[in-house]
Design a protein around this ligand. Sequence first.
Ligand code: PGA
Length: 258
Amino acid sequence: MGVKGMRIPVIAGNWKMNKNIVESASLVKELKDFVRGIKGVDIVVCPPFSSLWVVKEIISETNIHLGAQNMYWETKGAFTGEISPLMLKDVGCEYIILGHSERRQYFKETSKEVARKTEVALSVNLTPIICVGENLEERENGKTESVIEEEIKALFPKIDPTFAARIIIAYEPIWAIGTGKSSSSEDASVIIKYIRELFSSKYGSKIAERIRILYGGSVNPKNIGEFINESDIDGALVGGASLNALTFSQIAKAAKIL
Ligand code: PGA
């Protein structure tokens, strides 16, 4: 078994602000049947907050895990409109997407805030899926690595070495999100290796080799194979294609360790 064999692939579906309660229930019921019995891949769905409960009821005792798309860094108090990591635990979440580019872009979340959220998520035993990635202009100006470096290094003061191996990173080039124009697997692999090196230089290679690093951006059943074949890519964060049970299940099946 190579180093990659130590890391169980993750396929996480980010439903974003889609699917009401009835639609969520029907999507996840279908998905449950499509992925029944599949092992060797961690399958995660991240519905909107309003659907978490109904989805949890349907997936309990299945191989599908629950995640949310955002949270606050305090656990309770007068923070109108925010949601606590403990509330997410309470409803059955095991995973939490943090720092998605849409949150950084539209809601001005900073890398420092993402780091605070990461620290709290780890402390309540939620597994953070932390998103990083460059936009088109940054890429064209040769700034990809410096953008990634800033986003990753901001996390370090808030990630205790005892928790570091538990985090999941999603490398999502912003220009590839929702555009149908995915990165090449070779290009994604170069950046993902770079991300692993950054963790290695801070936490040591043993820990860095246990961190799962995903690719995200226009992943579909046709291109997942290329990404998963790369030795450093441990799965995918899937947006559009996770809104359909069949395509999402096909992606999950393609990613499992044989
Ligand atoms: P996409 O979204 O698969 O629709 O490109 C990915 C994401 O935003 O996580």
